[in-house]
Design a protein. Structure first.
Length: 484
């Protein structure tokens, strides 16, 4: 695998370092406390319910735009955008050049914002291959527009957040995919052993702007902020050097998009709560848990009508289904059929992981094995296992461990190349001469030899452990022991 360093930019939609997450969460909680204080104050000042309702409306007092462009809010927004280190947008400006632009043009930008006349640049189209085929379309705004979206998010989020459903887990402070998976397990343990798995076709590309803005206006009364949000929605997409208008959708890639998706899908949450269903929703991934297949089919049919009729969204009927949770994947996890349901990692998820590992091996071909393990393989394994640490079954981790070690043995066998080199190295590793002579040039390929007894004897599991290779099974057991 080559000696040179390997660097690859990846698109991340929901990841940040632990320090950044802690800072953002603290800032968000502070804002939430301020909102709660304002609401309580407004309620105390008047007994009439109309006055109480009015105290919840955004746009009172100093106004949303004024709050958005306060220095402290802008500083926090820039820190968050800088921390994410995203790629440049359609204008080609990186972080440093965007900082210079903001300092030079801020008075003009501020004037346009306050007048409700700011117009974002078209987003840059990025296509991300899906593991099961096809592509996911991302829209990357310019760094300036991401900065302004982040500043708006920090003002808007705390006002919407208290009204969202407790069953919604995606892109919300203090909530996570792990909480959604644990809640799904509890629904099943309560006797809801069938799942209605609804797949929304290209949700972020199908959002109806008018319906979304109508829901935003329920709480946002500042006309300038409403104009700014709509401007972001209709900013357009740059394709082949030509700007195409955005008639619908909210492009993935901007800080404001996750909040807007929750604003729209909150109607789905409220409908499910009104019907008394047990469910978990993470962004556009929604699972409803019911007691029988027949009731699940009724729920799927009625919700399809609700989503397509009232919310103008498309349900992918080919991928939506009523089934046992064992046969479905929710946020990468699946579940067993035990009376006390257990969380498991399905084979489909393991296949995706194997594809990622193969890609890492291809990228670092020729590199020193120990260096490859330390710098390329371990970070991937550590991050993957950290996400799938909820699994209550162990077989998948043991199987992946064995497969990864065989891949490494395959690399080593190829690096040795010549029969003479293989003879020398295998002898040095303690194999007897007769066995080495029979193995060094057996006419079989590298993958066969990587699984043969002579390479297992030369490189047992403890040999890779001495090189620093992370053991997934041991890591999973350590997580289980620390949480028990």
């Amino acid at each position: 695998m080559g000696e040179g360093p390997n660097r690859k930019r990846t698109v991340q939609t929901e990841s940040m370092n632990s320090r950044g997450a802690a800072e953002e969460s603290a800032a968000y909680r502070t804002a939430m406390d301020e909102v709660a204080g304002r609401n309580a104050s407004g309620s105390a000042q008047g007994a009439a319910s109309a006055a109480s309702d009015e105290s919840h409306c955004i746009g009172q007092g100093t106004g949303l735009l004024e709050q958005m462009i306060e220095r402290s809010n802008l500083n926090a927004a820039w820190k968050q955008v800088s921390r994410n280190k995203g790629a440049a947008g359609n204008d080609g400006l990186d972080l440093e050049r965007t900082r210079t632009l903001i300092r030079k043009e801020w008075d003009k930008i501020k004037t346009l914002l306050l007048a409700g006349r700011y117009r974002p640049e078209p987003v840059r189209r990025v296509e991300i291959p899906k593991p099961n085929g096809g592509v996911r379309l991302l829209g990357v705004p310019t760094i300036l527009d991401r900065f302004l979206q982040q500043a708006a998010l920090q003002v808007l989020g705390p006002w919407f957040e208290p009204h969202f459903s407790e069953h919604s887990y995606g892109f919300r402070p203090g909530r996570s995919a792990h909480q959604a998976v644990l809640a799904a397990r509890e629904h099943q343990r309560a006797g809801k052993r069938w799942v209605v798995d609804i797949d929304l076709a290209s949700f972020f590309d199908e959002v109806n702007h008018d319906l979304l803005m109508a829901r935003v206006r329920r709480r946002v009364k500042d006309v300038r902020m409403l104009k700014l949000i709509r401007a972001f929605l209709r900013s357009g997409v740059m394709v082949g050097g030509v700007s195409q208008p955005s008639e619908k959708g909210t492009p993935q890639g901007g800080p404001l998009s996750p909040l807007l998706s929750n604003v729209l899908l909150d109607d789905l949450d409220k409908e499910l709560e009104k019907r008394g269903h047990r469910f978990c929703r993470y962004a556009d991934d929604c699972n409803i848990y019911v007691g029988s297949r027949r009731s699940g089919e009724r729920v799927l049919e009625s919700l399809t009508q609700f989503l397509e009729g009232k919310m103008k969204l498309k349900v992918n009927r080919a991928k939506s289904a009523v089934d046992h949770p064992l046969n479905r994947v929710f946020l990468g996890y699946s579940f067993t059929l035990h009376r006390q349901t257990k969380i498991r990692v399905p084979e489909k998820t393991c296949q995706k992981m194997r594809a990622k590992v193969r890609e890492r091996f291809r990228q670092a071909r020729g590199q020193n094995v120990e260096r490859f393990i330390r710098e390329t393989l371990n970070p991937l394994l550590r991050g993957w296992m950290n996400y799938f640490r909820l699994s209550e079954t162990r077989g998948f981790a043991e199987e992946l461990d064995g497969w990864i070690r065989r891949r490494l043995r395959c690399v080593i066998w190829r690096q040795w190349k010549r029969p003479a080199t293989r003879f020398k190295r295998l002898r040095a590793l303690g194999l007897d001469e007769a066995r080495v002579r029979a193995s060094r040039h057996n006419g079989r390929g590298a993958w066969f030899n990587s699984g043969a007894s002579h390479m297992h004897a030369a490189f047992p599991a403890k040999a890779f452990a001495s090189m620093g290779l992370i053991n997934l099974l041991d890591t999973l057991n350590a997580y289980a022991n620390s949480s028990s």
